[in-house]
Every structure is written in structure tokens, then in C-alpha cells.
Design a protein around this ligand. Sequence first.
Ligand code: HXC
Ligand code: NAP
Length: 280
Amino acid sequence: MLVQQLLPADLFRNQTVFVTGGGSGINLGVAKNFAALGAHVAICGRTQEKLDAAAVELRAIGAAPGAKVCAVAADVRDAAALDAAFARSQDELGPMNVLVSGAAGNFLAPAEKLSSNGFKTVIDIDLIGSFNASRGAFAQLQQTRGCLIYISAGMAYMPHAFQAHVGAAKAGIDMLMKNLAIEWGRYGVRANSIVPGPIEGTEGLKRLANPTVKDSLVQAVPLRRMGTVDDIGQTAVFLASPLASYITGCVVVCDGGQNLVGSALFNRGAEQMLHAAGAA
Ligand code: HXC
Ligand code: NAP
């Protein structure tokens, strides 16, 4: 991992990073980057077996002597379960310095066929889940003068077809982030969002782009490659580090310039995928 070559291996030693949805994909990549710099890491998700497997990977990285990992099942829609997970993390790892809110759900759906509950489900996981996590983490973050990092998406500001639910949820997350940056700045707590571009090998990309779309995307992205989970992990490390101590309320786009060329490729590809699945 690049962070281990460029940054002091004890940068986050004795600090605790809690990642919601940290059992897989981008969020696990973020957790790994912090673990590589000595942090204690806690992850939550709905599936204990998935978290246990991720915890094995995180422990194997364990850069600092005594660095610990806590893997606890909790659905971010259940504020009480999340509070219990935060309490356990505090008991085992000490007070939280960084909350990464990354738990999310997504599927392609034409708006006219999306049920109210389908729309609500994504709002509940992404937006309400981010609020539950932020509020639940506040006392610990106030104590440590820590920071919040939200994993947003390009749909927050660049409309994607068949993603009305996700666009609304992620736009809400970015505004939640800005509100909390204002409200909690007086406690020394910072809040920022990361907008990942298309990230190779992830569930999210698999759900939105078939191999043909991915090939076209690579040609269209100004940097001519997909992102990696480490690209996002490194951005999170920067935002949590002392290098970013005067940065709050920002949406940091890490997408190889994909937003500059828009969502048209995604839109066409999504239509083909829905058509093939008989859903459009
Ligand atoms: C239409 C759908 C649907 C689909 C579910 N629903 N899938 N509607 N098309 N493909 C509807 C259901 O019919 C139901 O409404 C409601 O949504 C809730 O469905 P459940 O299956 O009960 O929900 P739940 O078990 O809570 O699961 C949540 C989920 C699921 C979001 C639906 O896919 C999930 O668990 N996802 C987590 C993993 C994930 O999505 N990872 C990708 C994140 S990427 P009714 O009316 O029937 O009751 C991301 C952005 C990526 O967020 C950006 C890439 C560039
Ligand atoms: P992923 O591996 O499916 O990550 C989502 C994680 O959230 C999973 O570990 C999932 O675990 C967890 N989760 C889902 N619902 C939950 C709930 N109700 N409570 C707790 N945890 C829950 O997909 P990913 O593609 O890496 O996405 C990670 C983040 O990056 C998301 O916020 C996504 O919106 C964002 N993003 C991804 C891309 C991309 O290219 N992939 C681009 C832009 C933004 P369980 O199912 O076990 O609960």
C-alpha cells in the first residue's frame, strides 16, 4: 500500500477509526489504509461473517504494535444497534477519532417503476444511516476533536438515469455534512465528503456498469483508468490527517476527472442493463 511508503507508519497510532459498511469494497479499502498507518479500526455492516473475514485482512495489516480491530454487526438504519456498536468500539479500542460513513445500498431502477419503499430503503440506509452514525458518534468525536468522512457519489450533483433514489440520498448526505461542519466546528470536529469515481472491482460498479460500459468509461475518464479502493483510502487518510486540519465542509471528488465528461455513458449502459434484465 502506497501510504506505508509515503507516510509515517504510526500516523494514526492510538487513534480509532470506525467505518460503517467496512466489511467490503471501498469502505474496507479505507479501513485498510488507516490500519496500515497504525490505527485501531472498527467496522460494521449487517453480515457478521463478512465482517469477520474483513477483520482477518485488517489484522494482517496491523502496522502498529497493539493495533486492534473490532468487527461488529449493526444495521445503520437501527440507531440503537449503531449506538451499541459505537459503545463496544469505545470499550475495546478507545474513543473514536474518525467516523467514515460508507454504508450504502444501490440498484438500477426506472423511477416510474420504483416503489415508495424501494426509494425509502436507499434513503434509509444512505442518508438516515449517515445521520444515525453521525449523531451516535458525536460524543466520542467531541471528546477527541475528531472528524467525519462521508462516502458520497457523483449522483449527488450530476444526475444519473435510474438512480433517482441514490442521487437524492447522496445529495442529502453532502448537505448533512455541510450542516454538521458548521454546527460541530465549534467543538473542533471537521466534516467532509469524498465522491469516488468508478472504482474497479466493487459491488457498486458491478450494479451500474457492465463490461462494455466499463471499457467505454475507461476511454472517457480523463485519467484513462478506473479508480482503486486505495485511491479513496488515500483521500480519506489525507482528510483525517493533520495536513487537512483547516479543511471542513468540503466535497472532495476523487474520480480521475470522470465528472468532467458527465454521466451519459453510465446512462446509456444502465438502460442496456435494465433492458437485458427485462426491467426497462
Ligand atoms: C427495484 C428494488 C430493487 C431493484 C430492491 N428493491 N431491489 N426495486 N429494483 N433492483 C425494492 C424492493 O422491492 C423493496 O420494495 C425495497 O426495495 C426494499 O428491498 P429489500 O430487498 O427488502 O431491502 P434490503 O434487504 O434492506 O436491501 C437493501 C438493498 C440491497 C439496497 C435493496 O440491494 C442491498 O442490501 N444492498 C447493499 C449492497 C449494495 O447495494 N452495494 C452497492 C453500493 S454502491 P417493496 O416496495 O417491494 O417493498 C452505491 C453507489 C455506487 O451506493 C456508485 C457507482 C458509480
Ligand atoms: P459495497 O461493497 O456493497 O459496500 C457497501 C457496504 O455497506 C457493504 O459492506 C454492506 O455490507 C454495507 N451495508 C449495506 N447496507 C447496510 C446497512 N443497512 N447497515 C450497515 N451496513 C450496510 O459497495 P461499494 O461499491 O464498495 O460502495 C461503498 C461506498 O462507496 C458506498 O457508500 C457507495 O455509495 C460509494 N460509492 C461507490 C462507487 C463505486 O464505484 N463502487 C462509486 C461512488 C460511490 P452488508 O450488506 O453486509 O450490510
